[in-house]
Design a protein around this ligand. Structure first.
Ligand code: ZN
Length: 355
């Protein structure tokens, strides 16, 4: 009986199918030197080869779920002193349980290791470039550009969705917010909007009219978005602090977004009444001096309101900084140091209509 069944399966081709399926399920998911079979978690590195300057290795983690599903990339530490976002991804490395996950999560917790180790804000001190301005990257560029190319080809090209994590840098007193960048492609915009609402941050910047030319995207999230992958940016933390409430916003927001993507069981907890911001206006310093803020992160200001002042090194008033628009202080300079061209504050202008 059994033998005739086997013969029947074999002749129909069904018999051959079972070992193939079993094989397909056991195929590991590999990114750089991290390789995880279904139900496993693996750590490794993305190798950035030497070029006009030194080689480097960027840590990467693959959490491969037991069940089939999409691939989600979580990237932080392009600015290596935006600590809250880095610590949030470190926590997620431990908290994500492959036995609970449908699909695969790629985590890149610290893109800019030299910035983190040397405590240099904003840039990679190896080449003095921001590690979120040179995507999609290039093979013959400096370290930042070569690292960007590695992330484009080994992370963005492998994922279906992407979240880029930032936070107030050492000199930025920041209130939490997210960026949502509509593309005009309805299905993709609907998905990315669901992601940003599910993440739960209550202030969301609408970032319109970004480059669609694949060679000109510059930012990580835009590089991913332009390649058809719904993506967003989230920011929490400020001025070098790692406050548990800020870390929790990023960790819990990630879980909620994964629920919205059906990668985790349970229901997402979307923000019910987000404040949509349709413009961000920079207030820049027109000279060096000592900065004295008069408002806090998150303060709502009216156009013309004094938000701080600058003195020279003898205490003489040289500048009154006033809000050029009415809106919310997304971040304000957190330290007394100011040089010409520094960002004193970013003010988000509340949208008249929700998108
Ligand atoms: Zn940043």
């Amino acid at each position: 009986m059994l033998r005739s069944l086997i013969r029947a399966f074999a002749s129909s081709g069904v018999f051959l199918l079972f070992p193939l399926l079993a094989h397909a399920q056991a195929v590991p998911f590999s990114v750089g030197t991290a390789s995880a079979a279904p139900g496993q978690k693996s750590t490794g590195y993305l190798a950035v080869p030497a070029g006009v300057d030194a080689a480097t290795n960027i840590p990467v983690v693959v959490v491969n779920g037991e069940r089939h599903g999409p691939v989600l990339a979580l990237v932080s530490g392009a600015h290596g002193t935006e600590y809250t976002s880095i610590i949030a991804i470190e926590k997620l490395i431990n908290l994500l349980d492959p036995s609970q996950i449908a699909g695969t999560v790629i985590l890149v917790p610290l893109v800019n290791i030299p910035s983190f180790e040397q405590k240099v804000p904003h840039v990679n001190p190896i080449d003095n470039k921001s590690m979120n301005r040179f995507y999609p990257g290039k093979a013959d560029g400096t370290q930042t550009e070569r690292a960007s190319l590695v992330i484009t080809t080994q992370v963005i090209d492998r994922c279906d969705y992407l979240i880029d994590y930032h936070g107030g840098d050492l000199d930025e007193s920041l209130r939490p917010y997210a960026y949502w960048a509509p593309t005009g492609k309805q299905a993709q915009d609907q998905e990315s909007k669901e992601m940003v609402l599910a993440f739960g941050l209550d202030h969301i910047i609408i970032w319109r009219d970004r480059p669609t030319d694949l060679a000109a995207t510059r930012y990580l999230d835009n590089t991913s978005t332009a390649r058809g992958k719904p993506s967003m940016v989230v920011e929490a933390g400020y001025a070098g602090t790692v406050e548990p409430d800020d870390v929790a916003l990023l960790v819990n927001g990630t879980f909620s977004t994964m629920r919205a993507l059906k990668m985790l069981p349970g229901e997402p907890r979307p923000v019910e009444n987000p404040v949509w911001l349709d413009r961000v206006v920079d207030v820049l310093s027109d000279g060096p001096g000592i900065w004295y803020p008069l408002v806090r992160r998150g303060t709502y200001v009216q156009e013309g309101m004094k938000i701080g002042f600058v003195t020279d090194y003898f205490g003489k008033l040289i500048l009154e900084a006033r809000a050029p628009v009415s809106g919310v202080i997304l971040h304000i300079n957190a330290v007394p140091s100011l040089k010409k061209g520094d960002n004193i504050a970013d003010i988000g202008v509340v949208a008249t209509h929700a998108p």
